[in-house]
Write a protein that binds this ligand. Sequence first.
Ligand SMILES: Cc1cc2nc3c(=O)[nH]c(=O)nc-3n(C[C@H](O)[C@H](O)[C@H](O)COP(=O)(O)OP(=O)(O)OC[C@H]3O[C@@H](n4cnc5c(N)ncnc54)[C@H](O)[C@@H]3O)c2cc1C
Length: 303
Amino acid sequence: MTTSPSHIDRHRLIEDLRWKKFPVLDDGFVALVDCMGDDAAVVQAARVSYGEGTHKVSDDRQLIRYLMRHSHTTPFEMAELKFVVRVPMDCWRQWVRHRTANINEYSTRYSLAIDSMQGTHDDQWRSQAATNRQGSGEFLTKAAGHKLTQSEMELQSLARRIYEERLEAGIAREQARKDLPLSTYTEAYWKIDLHNLLHFLALRMDPHAQLEIRRYAETIAREIVAPLFPLCWEAFLDYRVEGMRLTKLDQGVIQRLAARPGALLPATSHDFLSAQDPSWSGLERCRERDECWQKLMVLGLVE
Ligand SMILES: Cc1cc2nc3c(=O)[nH]c(=O)nc-3n(C[C@H](O)[C@H](O)[C@H](O)COP(=O)(O)OP(=O)(O)OC[C@H]3O[C@@H](n4cnc5c(N)ncnc54)[C@H](O)[C@@H]3O)c2cc1C
C-alpha cells in the first residue's frame, strides 16, 4: 500500500527536486521551483470540519481515494506547484490552452529569442495516422527520415540567420522574430494547483495527445507529482488514468451479451454486433461502437 513520506523525508525530497532540470525532447526541460502542500494538505482541507485529529495513514488514503472517485475536487486545489519549463513553441501553444494556471513567459520583445530549435532525428518522423485525423501513425524508416532532418536543419539555420540579420539591421526584436519557426524553444514559469495539474496530466498523458507534449506530461508526472503526492497519485491512476467509464449504451451491450442463452465469453465480433446499441446498427462507421469494442477488449469480454 502506498504511504506518504514523513515531514523530514518530504522536506528533503522537495529540496532535492527544486531546480533540478529533467530533460525533455532534445533541448527542453521541466524543473520544480516550489511546492506548497502535500497529501496531508488535501486530507486536512477535506476534514476541515473535524480537524486533523488522530487519523491513521490508512484513513488518509481512503479519504483521498473517496475524494478522487467522487470528484470532490476542491481539496486537491489546496496544493500548488510552480515549475520552470523549456518547451518548443508548437507544444507550448497546446500547453497554454490550460487556462487554470498562472504563466510568466520569456519575452522575445524584450530579449533575444532563445537560440535553440527542436530538431527531429532521422528516426523520429511520424506518418499521418490513417484512422485518427489528428494523430500520428508509424515512424518512418531512418533512411526516409534522413532527408527530412537535413531540410529541417537548413530551414532552422536560415530562419535564425535572417532573424539575426534583422537585429543587426536595427529592426525591433518584436518584429524581427516574426519568421522564427514554431520549433523555437521558449521558457516560462508555470504555476498550477494539484487538481488542475492532474486534469492537465490526464489530458496530455493520454495516447491521443501529441507525442511531444506527452513527453512533458509524463516527465512532470513521473519525476515530480508521483513522488511528492504518492496517495493522490495512486488514486489518480486508479480512478482517472487507468479507470474506465462505461456509458449507459456500453452497459446495455454488456447486459445483452451476458443475457445470450449459454453465453460464452469472450464473445465474438458477430455476438458483439448482435448486442450493439440499436442506434449504432446500420451505421457503417461508428466511433462510439469502436470505443465500446475497445473497452470490452480490455475487460476480456470480446475477442
Ligand atoms: C487530444 C486533444 C486534442 C485537442 N484538440 C483541439 C483542437 O483541435 N482545437 C482546439 O482549439 N483545442 C484542442 N484541444 C484543447 C482542448 O479543447 C482544451 O482547450 C484543453 O485541453 C484545455 O482543457 P480545459 O479547458 O479542460 O483546461 P483548463 O483551461 O485548465 O480548464 C479546466 C476546467 O476549468 C473550466 N474552465 C476554465 N476556464 C473556463 C472558462 N473560461 N469558461 C468555462 N469553464 C472554464 C472547465 O471546466 C475546464 O475543463 C485539444 C486537447 C486535447 C487534449
